[in-house]
Design a binder for this molecule. Structure first.
Ligand SMILES: [Zn+2]
Length: 432
């Protein structure tokens, strides 16, 4: 990896609880003071000069916590979806499309908005970074695997076996990208537990998920792009959520953009019954964990421990924006996916179907006004279209671990990774 610009960063990282300001090292995830759990957030120096690309994600570099930009990284695209709006009873519906849709100039390589966070997190890293360790249910791993391959950034991805279906790319992955697959019945939660222990190995570092300001601000470019297209902020922002990281990022971006007196867009977060921990937490104001693991259509929404009560987290942004959590079922989501493809002419992911279905229901119930200016984040789409247009190659796992097995468990996985890494280092050195 090269191209780190010298000089100080054009932003500070600030604690949402105690206000302590930090000079960013590209890896910082938490405030070092003792207090309630709290997100760090970025504050940008608007007077500095920055590299700014003319198109794509890094057009927004002045509001991204990055020291390098990747010129070819595509971004979100926003359009007025008049016909789709008409079908669900809205006069002013705009869509932010994150995925592959050549006619609209949408070229996100792994077809979801996770590409936005992956490029931003990698752009935030210092020179000679440690191995970034990232657990994922699938989409995040795919995004990081491809972005890290394009820019030779060492990453270790921990995924449950079903996530491998999503790991198909235009070319083989770079050897610096390692995929650890937990086989059998392992879940996203198991991947998180294993990644926590792997992160503690020498030379490894936790990427941090929602705590990483690069993730939230990268996903927040959806709001930046929409504000350019709309000439201001929308009144409502609608998105399917697993952890809620994207919705929090868009809320933070709206904060940066708004002029005095502007209202913040109310956040309508959507989940997929029967697995809807944020919906239940928001309705009951209890802990955000149901302890259940069913099979919703949109597997990417099944985060069991979303950042609900942390300062700057889901509960805070819902309260501040006057938002709500909506819930819809698989049948409605499938109908919405079909509706979008019929009207707009492109396939969308189940998560995006959940968001459209929940929005349509909210309009029907009178919870969203007919004349409200609504931004719908289509968080993933065009996967089927991309598969028709491009020849994709399945990724090869670096390590497969049986789960559950005699030696399975998070600690065993970390030990295997350590052994395997040492073996590789020894083999490389022996070859010299
Ligand atoms: Zn603090």
């Amino acid at each position: 990896m090269s191209g780190v610009r010298p000089g100080t960063r054009h932003y500070a990282v600030v604690c949402s609880s105690c206000g302590t300001r930090y000079e960013d090292d590209g890896l910082l995830l938490d405030c070092s003071r003792r207090h309630e759990p709290a997100f760090l957030h970025t504050e940008y120096d608007r007077t500095g000069t920055h590299t700014r690309e003319s198109t794509g994600l890094f057009r927004h570099a002045p509001l991204l916590p990055v020291v390098r930009t990747f010129p070819e990284a595509p971004g979100p695209v926003v359009h007025h979806a008049a016909r789709l709006g008409h079908r669900i009873g809205l006069d002013r519906l705009w869509v932010a499309f994150n995925g592959y849709w050549p006619e609209r100039g949408a070229y996100l390589p792994t077809c979801t908005f996770k590409d936005l966070e992956a490029y931003t997190v990698l752009g935030r890293l210092p020179a000679d970074p440690p191995v970034l360790v990232i657990p994922s249910a699938g989409n995040t791993a795919a995004a990081f695997a491809w972005a890290a391959t394009c820019h030779q950034v060492p990453c270790l991805l921990v995924v449950p076996a079903p996530a491998l279906e999503r790991m198909r790319f235009p070319a083989p992955l770079d050897p610096c990208v390692r995929i650890v697959v937990l086989d059998g019945t392992a879940t996203y939660s198991d991947a998180i537990a294993a990644a926590d222990l792997i992160s503690a190995l020498p030379g490894h570092h936790a990427e941090g998920g929602a705590r990483n300001v690069g993730r939230r601000d990268g996903l927040g470019t959806v709001m930046l792009e929409a504000a350019d297209a709309l000439g201001g902020l929308p009144e409502a922002y609608v998105q399917a959520v697993g952890s809620g990281t994207g919705a929090i990022g868009c809320h933070e971006a709206a904060h940066r953009l708004r002029s005095a007196g502007d209202a913040l867009p109310r956040l309508l977060m959507c989940q997929n019954a029967p697995f809807a921990p944020l919906y239940q937490a928001w309705r009951s104001a209890g802990p955000a964990d149901t302890g259940l693991e069913h099979e919703p259509l949109a597997r990417e929404l099944t985060n069991r421990r979303p950042p609900f009560t942390v300062r700057g987290g889901v509960r805070g942004v819902l309260t501040e924006s006057g938002g709500d959590v909506l819930c819809t079922d698989n049948v409605a989501a499938l109908d919405a996916m079909a509706l979008f493809e019929e009207v707009e002419g492109i396939d969308i992911e189940p998560g995006a179907g959940v968001a459209l279905a929940a929005l349509a229901q909210a309009v029907h119930d009178g919870r969203v006004r007919r004349d409200e200016l609504v931004l719908l984040n289509i968080t993933g789409g065009g996967r089927a279209r991309q598969a028709r247009d491009l020849a994709l190659i399945p990724a090869e796992p670096w390590l497969r671990v049986p789960w559950p097995g005699r030696e399975a468990g998070p600690r065993a996985v970390a030990e295997l990774v350590a052994e395997h890494s040492t073996g590789l280092t020894a083999a490389t050195e022996a070859a010299r």
